[in-house]
Design a binder for this molecule. Structure first.
Ligand code: BDR
Ligand code: CA
Length: 310
């Protein structure tokens, strides 16, 4: 198995995804942060806090604080003002490394390439850091293993706009640059809306667990996700968004259905800006991507159960 870097914008489900990686033997050796759900500083502080809850000292490198060209958008309406739905956690005394996240990605992949290794990347925020890495050092692809991305849609119905999913919309130029230059495994929005736990299933999952810090923290994240779903007119559910992408990285065989296609991003101003265009007939000419449609639900739930058990 290749070593892993997690690239994250520090939101509620990013925290759940990180806990899932840690609990299931797929800890990243480094984490890079990016603006997105909240600003870069908050995203970085949140990730350090999650690591503190989990008792981990994985180094965190802060990356891009803004999109390549687009104006900044965030998702504090979904993730709460602090990005973690107000979940109580220790205020970590740890600091980010002081290295620039993009520079770190470049160096890590070039060093891996030099010794004949490849590094997997799981990107669960806007793709700005990945695009900047590829722009600064196109040869870094020689050190890139599997790039797994939570982002985009299969069928053009988004969440942040009618056509666009948040991670792509937050930096469409970066996403386009990534999809146009490297193959990837994509976890689009649609399967994230169907892989979920009902409120009752969340209660049952936590019932009887010892009150470890990780468990209490995970419960606060899950309850926030349920409240958010309800307040946006949805059902009382916890959807697996970034954790679905983490599950695919932990256990690639968990994927039961996927689609091979070329993928690009609509960049023009207007209603389609940030929409992913998915072409299974490969006419777009971009590198082959694999889009996850369904995963083994039982296995997914087991990965989640482990992540909340502490
Ligand atoms: C994506 O955007 C963020 O709000 C979530 O963390 C996830 O990465 C869903 O569109
Ligand atoms: Ca995210």
């Amino acid at each position: 198995t290749n070593r892993l870097i997690l690239d994250t914008d520090g939101g509620v489900d990013d925290a759940q995804a990180l806990l899932m990686l840690l609990a299931n033997d797929r800890a990243p050796f480094a984490i890079t942060t990016v603006f997105g759900n909240v600003g870069l500083d908050a995203a970085t502080a949140n990730i350090l806090d999650v690591l503190a809850v989990a008792g981990s000292d994985i180094p965190v490198h802060a990356g891009a604080d803004r999109p390549l060209v687009a104006p900044i958008v965030d998702a504090r309406d979904i993730h709460g003002e602090d990005g973690l739905g107000g979940a109580i956690r220790p205020d970590s005394a740890a600091e980010p490394s002081g290295l620039d996240g993009v520079g770190f990605l470049v160096d890590a992949l070039l060093e891996a390439a030099a010794i004949g290794e490849r590094i997997d990347i799981l990107a669960i925020g806007p793709l700005t850091n990945i695009a900047l890495m590829l722009r600064l050092a196109p040869e870094a692809v020689e050190g890139l293993g599997t790039l797994t991305i939570m982002g985009g849609t299969l069928n053009g119905r988004g969440n942040i706009t009618p056509a666009a999913e948040f991670n792509i919309y937050a930096d469409p130029e970066a996403a386009a640059a990534v999809f146009r230059s490297v193959p990837s495994v994509i976890v689009p929005w649609e399967p994230c809306t169907t892989h979920l736990l009902t409120g009752e299933e969340v209660e049952a999952a936590f019932e009887g667990l010892a009150q470890a810090d990780v468990t209490q923290f995970s419960l606060a994240l899950a309850q926030h996700a349920r409240r958010t779903s309800l307040s946006y007119g949805g059902a009382d559910v916890l959807r697996f968004v970034d954790p679905l992408a983490a599950a695919v990285v932990i256990s690639p065989e968990i994927v039961t259905t996927s689609l091979e296609a070329s993928v690009d991003v609509a960049l023009a101003e207007g209603v389609t800006r940030g929409m992913t265009v998915v072409d299974p007939s490969f006419r777009l000419g971009t590198p082959r991507a694999r889009l996850v449609e369904t995963v083994d639900e039982t296995a997914l739930r087991a990965l989640y159960a482990r992540s909340i058990a502490g």
